[in-house]
Design a protein. Structure first.
Length: 309
């Protein structure tokens, strides 16, 4: 982690007092610490995900392959003219359910099957049928939770705009001091070219922290008290965003870090058993799709249990 940086008082227009500097330095250090925690968590998460798919991936692939193999015999069965209308409807529902399962659980694209066999969605709404001349109905009053959520969303939008304004202000200060075209010394111009690349990359990424770090390194650009206070507030907002990102990595729906290694291992073993059982069952189902008699028996079995495969 970088050492704490500070703006050193100089003979220039520097008016920031010691307490303002200390608050700014603490915010810089806190942001850097949290960014480092986030980097470590993301690295750990990526490694856990790699190990996870190393173990689960082949079994998941086997299930995907087995499910994909069901489409052709089921579609062929609809051409046999050997089933009642209800049985054909059930076969169609199995095609759709299988396609949805592949898409939702494994991310496999099955749009062609869904477009071909899924029932059309009812898209008409009450609002569409309402005549234009009809007076607008009174809006339902928002609940306290809804008002709080709306206020939070508005505050987040305002914070983001404020962050962009602050980033632009810092960027302009840095650009004035580091533009290579204004430097006559070739060696200094080369240094400033490299520095301007870092400045521009940070600005395009809305990375106020890096911009402020660069500004703090720049002895030629003193900062007054009001700007330093504003930058400190912006850093604190960035701290809030970083904490949310860290929580998402640790405890989000796709996190591998939200439980102990023992629980993770137990969950992994259970999932592997489920996938093996599913692959075996699908192989058994596939053997029942090649004759009307076997398929009809399978349909009766699924109907009795209100299940799909």
């Amino acid at each position: 982690m970088s050492a704490p940086l500070s703006f050193t008082p100089s003979s220039g227009p520097f008016t920031a007092n010691m307490f303002t500097q200390q608050a700014f330095q603490r915010a810089l250090v806190e942001v850097e610490n949290l960014r480092e925690q986030l980097r470590r968590a993301e690295t750990t998460q990526a490694e856990a995900r790699r190990r996870y798919w190393q173990q689960v991936g082949p079994l998941a692939d086997a299930v995907v392959t087995a499910r994909q193999a069901l489409f052709a015999p089921l579609e062929d069965a609809l051409l046999w003219n050997a089933f009642s209308r209800d049985e054909e409807r059930q076969i169609t529902e199995l095609l759709v359910a299988n396609a949805q399962d592949l898409q939702e659980r494994f991310g496999v694209e099955t749009l062609d099957i869904l477009l071909k066999y899924a029932p059309p969605q009812q898209s008409e709404t009450v609002e569409a049928a309402t005549p234009a001349a009809e007076p607008e109905r009174p809006r339902r009053r928002q609940t306290k939770a809804e008002r709080a959520a709306a206020a939070e969303a508005l505050q987040a939008e305002q914070d983001q705009q404020s962050l962009l304004v602050n980033a632009k202000t810092v960027y302009r200060r840095l650009a004035r001091a580091n533009h290579p075209d204004l430097e006559r010394d070739p060696a200094r111009a080369a240094e400033k070219t490299t520095r301007m690349q870092r400045i521009t990359q940070a600005y395009e990424a809305h990375d106020l922290y890096t911009l402020l770090h660069l500004l703090a390194e720049d002895e030629t650009e003193p900062t007054d008290d009001s700007l330093l206070i504003r930058y400190t507030e912006a850093l604190r907002r960035q701290l809030h965003d970083l904490r949310q990102q860290l929580n998402e990595v640790k405890f989000g729906p796709w996190s591998f870090l939200g439980s102990t290694p023992k629980k993770q291992e137990a969950g992994l073993r259970q999932l592997k058993r489920q996938l093996r059982t599913e692959a075996d069952y699908l192989a058994q189902v596939a053997r029942q799709l090649h004759t009307p008699t076997d398929l009809r028996a399978l349909l009766r079995e699924l109907a009795a249990t209100h299940a799909t495969f």
